[in-house]
Design a protein around this ligand. Structure first.
Ligand code: ATP
Length: 348
């Protein structure tokens, strides 16, 4: 039973036009900048916002379409919201049992199922705790148990880890990944955290301005970004240009030599650690060498990332040793070098 959706919605001047297919057991991440339309898409699937046109079908059943609209409470869905939206006056057990109770399950049965789910998410012993007594990670697990206890066909996760601090997030992310692997239904994850998307999803759909600009398995999207937003997300240097043999003239100015000949419009990518920086122009190697000016220096955990103005503008990751040797400061003029064999080119 595949979920098939053509989500077309107009909200004021904004329009969403997005096709989504999710196979059973598949986790699709909808990733995009603020205002791209991620929440709008999620709300249509949840039944909180009717489509202007298009449809949502799951197997034989139509949730939204020209002649049908299944309201939110009738849809077999589970939702985890960013801030979890747990009922403050209810215990963890009552929160999880709530979905079953409101679908008519008898009290004892609902509570037994809720207790099993709390146990599954590692919250055995917390049945009577009220949400305010739970940590962020625990509240997230209650929200997940509440979403899954009804055995939904579609699980919607709306920035499910955004409220957690970094270390809790790491742990909850790997727990969530295990629960998603066990879940046989369809999952849509909405996020603007690339790491959540890469770790949790089987497939990414990148949304910009209400349109899908790229989709595919995480590794493929990371290897071949098609927009600046995606390249930025995955931390690659990304250019558009026109190839002629082993030369690419970049749209933004400057040019690069590539190892494999290509023709016509291309995307060009290389990782920041493929860029070396030199105080003097390096001579005699078959490399791309061009003058750059240091725009900014950012310290990351194990490397230093240098933003350089070109053309072409480029990101370079350098070691602490190189940083010390070059004594970099914004405004410094240097030479950037990249081997032709490190430059990855694919048709635009
Ligand atoms: N009730 C509304 N009426 C009219 N326009 C709206 C309404 N809600 C949202 N929009 C517009 O729809 C567009 C998409 O918003 P949406 O919240 O879906 O984006 P998003 O990708 O979820 O962003 P964020 O990451 O900031 O949550 C925005 O331009 C927003 O201004």
């Amino acid at each position: 039973m595949t979920l098939n959706a053509e989500l077309r919605v107009t909200r004021g001047t904004f329009s969403l036009d997005l096709d989504v297919t999710i196979a059973p057991g598949e986790v699709v991440a909808l990733l995009g900048p603020n205002g791209a339309g991620k929440s709008t898409a999620l709300r249509t699937l949840a039944g909180l916002l009717p489509l202007t046109s298009g449809h949502i079908t799951v197997g034989e059943s139509t949730w939204d379409g020209p002649d049908a609209f299944l309201p939110a409470e009738k849809r077999p869905i589970g939702v985890v919201f960013q801030d979890y939206l747990l009922f403050a006056h209810m215990s963890a057990l009552e929160n999880v049992a709530f979905g079953l109770r409101s679908r008519g399950t008898r009290k004892a049965e609902a509570r037994a199922a809720a207790a099993r789910w709390l146990d599954r998410v590692g919250l055995d012993g917390y049945e009577q705790a009220k949400p305010r007594a739970l940590s962020g990670g625990q509240a997230q697990r209650v929200a997940l148990a509440r979403a899954l206890v009804t055995g939904p066909s579609l699980l919607l996760l709306d920035e499910p880890l955004a409220a957690l601090d970094a270390s809790t997030r790491l742990q909850v992310r790997s727990e969530l990944s295990r629960h998603l692997a066990d879940f046989g239904g369809h999952t849509l994850l909405v996020t603007h955290d690339p790491l959540d998307a890469m770790v949790l999803a089987d497939r990414l759909v990148i949304l910009e301005g209400g349109r899908a600009v790229q989709s595919g398995p995480p590794a493929e999207v990371a290897r071949q970004p098609r927009t600046d937003y995606v390249a930025n997300l995955v931390g690659l240097n990304f250019f558009r240009g026109k190839a002629s043999g082993t030369r690419v003239d970049l749209d933004g100015g400057g040019g690069l030599t590539i190892a494999e000949p290509a023709e016509g419009p291309v995307h060009v990518v290389f990782p920041p650690n493929a860029v070396s920086l030199h105080a003097e122009k390096p001579e005699g190697s078959p490399r791309n060498v061009w003058p750059v000016t240091v725009a900014a220096i950012e310290q990351h955990a194990h490397t230093t990332r240098v933003r350089l103005d070109g053309p072409p503008d480029v990101l370079a990751d350098i070691t602490t040793a190189t940083l010390a040797e070059l004594r970099l400061r914004p405004g410094d003029e240097l030479w950037a070098a990249v081997k032709a064999t490190e430059v990855h080119v694919y048709p635009a």
